[in-house]
Design a protein around this ligand. Structure first.
Ligand code: GLU
Length: 261
């Protein structure tokens, strides 16, 4: 069944979770990184504007520092993010360059959304980058902010960015196919479309699956969907491991993931 988006897609925010960017050894997931960049470049080549919200700084930083698991104290996570963010941007920079594209790093905190001047500055930067065909890659500024580290793998950040960018669609990619119905404690059928986040929908959402990689999960994604919906941005939660998932979602010909109106 084909999907109809409320507005013709021009500006799309794509959020990618740590589980797609780092493997179980906390090293870069190279196939996944290459595929993501290639799909984003294809959208750009087709005239779309893509804002890329990428997690993975903490996971990759931990890997770089030889850690075995995810520490529980915030300063250690912040230190890991400082290491991993540099690695992430190096990897993205090289991959985008191979496709003849330039990417940019934007690190944000909650204050940047709550203070008018900061919000305007961030918006202006984003608009100039998009006008010039540069791909903005956004993450939370983990060194000075702790919200996302504690509350989710950039899910909320991606929704705030989608609202700020007045995006036509927010795509949240992780390692799950979408939101599943829960019956008798078991996950059964996938919701293909959700019109309203009811108590049934909320109870179907669980926590993050791999605690080493991130702190996100379906609950934080649903919270993000609620924020995006306040700004009339529809969302799709889908599995980033599905071949060609971004291109196929944007084409709208298949019911991939869960679509939140
Ligand atoms: N900003 C964090 C990162 O890039 C979010 C992921 C997390 O919560 O672990 O790693």
């Amino acid at each position: 069944m084909a999907r109809r988006f409320p507005r013709k897609l021009k500006r799309v925010v794509i959020k990618v979770g740590s589980s797609l960017l780092a493997n179980h050894l906390l090293k870069p997931h190279e196939t996944s990184l290459k595929s993501l960049v290639s799909q984003i470049c294809d959208l750009e080549d087709a005239g779309l504007e893509v804002v890329f919200v990428s997690s993975g700084a903490i996971a990759l930083g931990l890997g770089q520092m030889g850690a075995r698991g995810r520490p529980t104290d915030t300063p250690s996570l912040q230190a890991a993010a400082a290491v991993g963010q540099a690695l992430l941007m190096r990897l993205y920079g090289d991959l985008f360059k191979k496709r003849g594209r330039v990417c940019a790093q934007i690190l944000l905190t909650w204050d940047d959304f709550n203070t008018q001047l900061r919000h305007r500055n961030a918006c202006n930067t984003l608009n100039v980058l998009l006008d010039r065909g540069v791909v903005p890659i956004i993450n939370e500024n983990d060194t000075i902010s702790t919200d996302e580290i504690k509350f989710g793998d950039n899910d909320k950040l991606s929704a705030m960015v989608a609202a700020m960018a007045r995006a036509h669609l927010l795509i949240m990619l992780s390692d799950v196919d979408g939101l599943y119905k829960k019956e008798g404690g078991k996950l059964t059928e996938k919701f293909s479309e959700v019109h309203e986040i009811t108590d049934e929908i909320k109870s179907a959402a669980g926590g993050a699956r791999d605690k080493n990689l991130s702190k996100g999960g379906m609950i934080t994604k649903l919270n993000a969907v609620e924020i995006a919906s306040l700004a009339s941005v529809p969302c799709i939660i889908a599995n980033g491991q599905t071949p060609d998932v971004i291109r196929r979602i944007v084409l709208g010909k298949e019911p991939l993931g869960t679509y939140f109106f």
